[in-house]
Design a protein around this ligand. Structure first.
Ligand SMILES: CC(C)(COP(=O)(O)OP(=O)(O)OC[C@H]1O[C@@H](n2cnc3c(N)ncnc32)[C@H](O)[C@@H]1OP(=O)(O)O)[C@@H](O)C(=O)NCCC(=O)NCCS
Length: 161
């Protein structure tokens, strides 16, 4: 999501959002939690423009061009829960009525492919709470394994390619 779009989302300027996005962003996005994330990621890019490619991306359906969720890395390589050098950490959200269609799994795979091809990344970190069954299942499907670490109550997973 380019900077002007992030700014329009933060400002609540829905006309600008619609024009800048080129795909349909549901009115429910960003909710309060997502708005906090949008602001946080926008601030990071303002501090260091090189973070932009690692920042927020919309998950958009090829057919119908609707946003169904969003995904981001925590930052460039090395910025992750375990401070592992050259590793990147992923986070994903699919809007509630769009879940269980494989979108999170497909998106995570595509983003890891991008990081591997464009930036030579071969270590991926992810974390989730023990009671988040859908997210645990996504980790399994992607081939993530538990490292045994827990950070802020979240189980840490790693995938090496
Ligand atoms: C986690 C999340 C991104 C998954 O998105 P999604 O697009 O539905 O994921 P996928 O369709 O690729 O895979 C979900 C898997 O979990 C399974 N699942 C869903 N609900 C489940 C439940 N309550 N218990 C067990 N498995 C469940 C689905 O059946 C599917 O597995 P399958 O392909 O073997 O059938 C989505 O639930 C979400 O946005 N949750 C809120 C945000 C969040 O928790 N993000 C992760 C933080 S680390």
């Amino acid at each position: 999501m380019p900077i002007p779009l992030l700014d329009a989302l933060i400002a609540g300027d829905r006309a600008a959002v619609a024009e800048l996005a080129g795909y349909r962003i549901p009115a429910e996005f960003p909710n309060a939690g997502a708005l906090k994330l949008v602001r946080y990621r926008r601030e990071q890019i303002a501090n260091d423009g090189s973070w932009a490619p690692w920042s927020l991306r919309a998950i958009v359906l090829r057919e119908g061009a609707s946003m169904v969720g969003y995904v981001n890395f925590h930052g460039p390589p090395g910025v992750n829960d375990t401070a592992t050098p050259n590793a990147v950490e992923l986070g994903w959200t699919v809007f509630p009525h769009r879940r269980k269609k494989g979108y999170a799994t497909e998106t995570a795979r595509a983003l890891m492919d991008w990081a591997a091809t464009e930036h030579g990344i071969s270590r991926f970190i992810s974390s989730t709470t023990p009671n988040n069954a859908p997210s645990l299942r996504v980790h399994d499907k992607l081939g993530f394994v538990r490292t045994g670490q827990v950070v802020d109550g979240e189980i840490i997973f790693e995938l090496r390619r």
